[in-house]
Design a binder for this molecule. Structure first.
Ligand code: ZN
Length: 111
């Protein structure tokens, strides 16, 4: 079993859903990327991963998801922190839980 699978076993789906639901992906990403609103509930900006020039990094507020049309990085608020800050999946969840003051089960520090 990989570390990620171990972490996901201890951390139940409900914990993860709870953490994600506390966050608005637009709010979190706008701490790192300057966002411009586009139609509907969408936003665009310079991709923090590939730094493409054409604002091809799109965030869909309704789906709470992001996608870059250049480097094809995509995901949710946890994936964003994980990839952008180089955190493990567990550390990213923990980081968000801390900010939202949600209690999570104890996990090994090297997870
Ligand atoms: Zn990109």
């Amino acid at each position: 079993m990989t570390m990620k699978e171990t972490v996901e076993k201890i951390l139940t789906e409900n914990d993860i859903v709870e953490v994600i639901s506390e966050y608005d992906i637009v709010e979190v990403i706008s701490e790192y990327v300057e966002l411009t609103p586009i139609r509907g509930s969408r936003f665009k900006g310079v991709c923090p991963f590939c730094h493409g020039k054409d604002l091809k990094f799109k965030i869909d507020h309704a789906r709470q998801a992001y996608y870059c049309f250049d480097c094809e990085k995509h995901g949710d608020v946890i994936t964003f922190l994980k990839d952008h800050m180089g955190l493990s999946f567990w550390k990213a969840v923990k980081e968000l839980a801390l900010r939202a003051e949600i209690e999570l089960p104890e996990m090994p520090d090297n997870a």
